[in-house]
Design a protein around this ligand. Structure first.
Ligand SMILES: [Zn+2]
Length: 263
């Protein structure tokens, strides 16, 4: 193809306008990098563990509703409760009048993520928690936790998903798995202005806290939590962004969510 001078001018202008748009992203615009994508979601099946609450909770079930053979269309119904599988907890899970899951602002569901690794101490003590000291050690190494982040605890519990130690019931039916201390949650809310927190275990309160005291602190501040998060050992400790695909169910207290990390 023979280029005439007019075409060269047009192409040059197009190049500069693209270049300027690109540069504009550096001046306060937010850029989402998609070079790496990791699914932080476990596949939900009828084997997935859950917090056993007598006469209340039950496993997930996929129940065929229509089949291609009989109906010409395939569809299932789900037997599920809101806190099963990789899921989000909305503030109204424990606090009356607080946000339901459909009311959480979208800007609060696409946020930077940091991962605090307590695998070593959790391997020694199943009741371990993320403490102020852990946050201090993390920040000394990786820098201050950015405002409006999700702070995740990585305890290595995912490796136990298919055995009974994931729930960790003892002979008195008390649960044992790690979580966040109340001091850490208070600090992250007041001093780091976080968007939410997350864990690779069933609940962000340690299993032994049957009053869910950390949930009440976090939800009173209108923030969310994500639980049973997968693959936290496969994303960087800082620098990634998570997209929390929370269900938009009116009035719900949470629900199964697709959580994706990108950087
Ligand atoms: Zn929950």
């Amino acid at each position: 193809m023979k280029e005439n001078p007019a075409m060269i001018v047009v192409m040059t202008l197009m190049f500069f306008s693209c270049h300027q748009q690109h540069n504009a992203a550096g001046a306060g615009e937010k850029v989402l990098h998609l070079n790496n994508i990791v699914d932080l979601t476990h596949t939900l099946t009828d084997k997935f563990p859950f917090i056993p609450v007598k006469e209340l909770t039950y496993p997930f079930e996929l129940i065929p509703m229509a089949t291609l053979e009989e109906n010409g269309v395939a569809a299932n119904s789900w037997k599920i409760h809101e806190h099963l599988g990789t899921h989000i907890d909305a503030p109204n899970h424990f606090i009356s009048g607080q946000l339901s899951v459909d009311e959480i602002d979208l800007r609060d569901l696409i946020v930077p993520v940091v991962v605090i690794d307590i695998e070593h101490k959790a391997s020694i003590n199943k009741d371990a928690s993320v403490t102020l000291e852990d946050i201090g050690i993390f920040e000394n190494r990786y820098g201050k936790i950015p405002a409006h982040s999700c702070v995740m605890m990585y305890s290595g519990w995912e490796k136990r998903l298919s055995d009974s130690t994931f729930v960790g019931l003892d002979k008195n039916r008390v649960k044992h798995y790690p979580g966040f201390s109340n001091e850490a949650i208070n600090f992250l809310l007041k001093e780091r202005d976080i968007a939410g927190i997350g864990v690779d275990v069933l609940s962000f309160d340690p299993g032994i806290d049957e009053t869910y005291s950390g949930h009440k602190i976090l939800f009173a501040a209108g923030k969310w939590g994500v639980e049973c998060v997968a693959n936290l050992d496969k994303i960087p400790k800082t620098g990634a962004t998570i997209i929390v695909g929370a269900p938009k169910v009116g009035g719900a207290t949470g629900g199964f969510s697709r959580i994706i990390a990108v950087w």
